[in-house]
Design a protein around this ligand. Structure first.
Ligand SMILES: [Zn+2]
Length: 249
């Protein structure tokens, strides 16, 4: 080696924050007995809506919310990873617990908090004696892992066609500890995900007897979790490919 040789530092690449966060979610929840399942991004209207008890006239099916594929009958870009729940229940007998990470699509204008594509991780557990307490325990276990031991959580009644009862899950604001600030819109709570007990109609559609089996389901928004944890102000930054953003993770 001569004195003139110069060492040029090569910066090694690393995983995107979306990938890192999906791995964090799966790594935290899978050890509770959940199997990771994937499904197609191009989905039939049946699995995306009908098999999940979403009525024919539901506004979610509207052209405003869903990308319908031109020229292909009853085919959509899936609007939620819940479509994979329907597929799994059709071909498997309970008990089962699955986690479904993946990309979903909504036909809407993009702004700081909305993108036409984003990532979800869906969870579904069906077994004989599952209750709302199991759902709450599973989610609190994950949220403590993700946001820290001190996180608090509450369930608020809500409606989704495929669960009954349905709930919005809020976490106590980690920025102001409940006093009220800009992050929590002065409420002390931050809405973080939707969940609930699997609707008996959904079990019936898949020939699973709701008198014998019960389940819970939840849908985590990966993008929202990243934005909250790291204070990312605009969802579009996660898809811009800007290395100044990506290299901060
Ligand atoms: Zn706050």
């Amino acid at each position: 080696m001569s004195m003139n040789d110069q060492t040029i530092p090569i910066s090694s690449g690393h995983l995107h924050p979306l990938t890192l966060t999906i791995r964090h979610i799966v790594g935290a929840i899978a050890p509770l007995g959940f199997e990771v399942i994937l499904g197609p991004e191009k989905e039939t209207e049946y699995y995306n809506f009908d098999a999940l008890n979403v009525p024919k006239n539901h506004p979610a099916r509207d052209m405003q919310d869903t990308f319908w594929i031109k020229g292909v009958t009853e085919t959509v870009l899936r609007t939620h990873t819940s479509a994979v729940q329907a597929r799994h229940m059709e071909y498997n007998h309970p008990p089962f617990r699955i986690l479904v990470p993946g990309k979903v699509f909504r036909h809407e204008a993009t702004d700081a908090t909305h993108e036409a594509q984003f990532y979800q991780v869906e969870g579904l557990a069906v077994d004989k004696n599952i209750s709302l307490a199991d759902l709450k325990g599973t989610l609190l276990f994950f949220l403590k892992d993700f946001f820290g031991e001190d996180i608090t959580m509450r369930l608020r009644p809500s409606f989704f066609p495929f669960v009954e009862p349905g709930a919005e899950i809020d976490i106590g604001c980690f920025k102001c500890s409940g006093k009220g600030c800009g992050v929590c819109k002065q409420t002390g709570w931050i809405e973080i995900l939707g969940a609930g007990m699997v609707h008996p109609n959904v079990l019936n559609i898949h020939k699973i007897d709701p008198r014998k089996w019960r389940g819970f389901a939840f849908g985590l928004s990966v993008d929202r979790l990243i934005m909250l944890k790291y204070g990312v102000p605009d969802i579009r930054l996660l898809y811009s490919g800007d290395l100044r953003v990506v290299n901060q993770f």
